[in-house]
Design a binder for this molecule. Structure first.
Ligand code: GRF
Length: 223
């Protein structure tokens, strides 16, 4: 049997995307092992999610380090120690330094709650509403040292409804984010999606338009 993909997760908050990965794995739908959860916020809910699932967790506070580079060097030393094939930022609220991005090249992805390149950064739901967007969504993208700016791999889309508030939009999107992340990780684990090079590839071909989170549990080419 092929070796299961080893995943490290970086998280700062409630950990619902982490839980989606763990649950999909438990249901037998995701051939991966989550081998460590890493955080910049000791005591965050994501670490409790990890501990309840029996996954080793590690946290270090940014205030204990002189610079972002030093923080990241220590953090990524710990991450590399668990020998991940894939590093998933799931609600990790820190920009990652150049050096750490370089040493993780080809295996670092992030999930972001907007249809990138729209709305990198924070308050994405409020910004989509303020702009009068009819459609909102989430993106999984490769991580580069610039905020939310790496190649977009796949997206999930939802309509903006009459009367939507940032909270309602965020809540409706979250469920789709979970599916999108699980589908993307599964595609990598199955070998359909390759993020190891400069440009992500789908069945061997460069992805020019982000893939779509499909209704049947799989990523699809955007139609
Ligand atoms: C998600 O909306 C994710 O897209 C964003 O931060 C949120 C994290 O949620 N980057 P959770 O911690 O996974 O519940």
């Amino acid at each position: 049997m092929a070796r299961r993909l080893r995943i490290a997760v970086l998280a700062s908050g409630r950990g619902s995307n982490l839980l989606a990965l763990i649950d999909a794995r438990s249901r037998g739908e995701l051939p991966v092992d989550v081998v460590g959860v890493f955080s910049d916020r000791p005591g965050c809910l994501a670490l409790s999610v990890a501990s309840e699932a029996g996954i080793p967790g590690f946290a270090q506070r940014p205030s204990g380090f002189a610079s972002r580079a030093e923080f990241d060097e220590a953090m990524f030393n710990r991450i590399e120690a668990v020998q991940p094939d894939l590093i998933v930022c799931a609600g990790y609220m820190r920009l990652i330094s150049d050096a750490a991005v370089s040493r993780s090249r080809g295996k670092l992805i992030n999930i972001h709650p907007s249809l990138l390149p729209k709305y990198p950064g924070l308050r994405t739901h409020a910004r989509a509403l303020a702009a009068g967007d009819r459609e909102h969504g989430a993106s999984v993208h490769c991580v580069i040292a610039k905020l939310d700016a790496g190649a977009v791999i796949a997206q999930a889309r939802i309509p903006v409804l009459e009367g939507d508030r940032p909270e309602s939009l965020a809540n409706r999107l979250l469920e789709r984010e979970h599916q999108l992340l699980v589908q993307t990780v599964k595609a990598i684990a199955d070998g359909d999606l390759d993020i190891s090079g400069n440009q992500p590839r789908w069945h061997g071909l460069p992805i020019h338009t982000p893939l779509s989170s499909g209704p049947n549990g799989h990523l699809e080419e955007h139609r």
